[in-house]
Design a protein around this ligand. Structure first.
Ligand SMILES: [Zn+2]
Length: 50
């Protein structure tokens, strides 16, 4: 007889309104802070919203 208590691990979803993936530079992977389109602060590539 199973006596294990199923403790429901609650995954608190980080409901970010902005998809941060769009803010990652395709060229170097730097995280762009601010509104898009923007110029990558690291490599200078144009980062635009997908
Ligand atoms: Zn970059």
């Amino acid at each position: 007889m199973h006596n294990g208590v199923m403790d429901g691990e609650e995954f608190t979803s980080t409901g970010d309104p902005v998809c941060w993936l769009e803010h990652v530079c395709d060229e170097c992977g730097a995280l762009i802070d601010g509104a898009l389109p923007a110029t990558c602060w690291r490599c200078g590539a144009a980062v635009v919203a997908a």
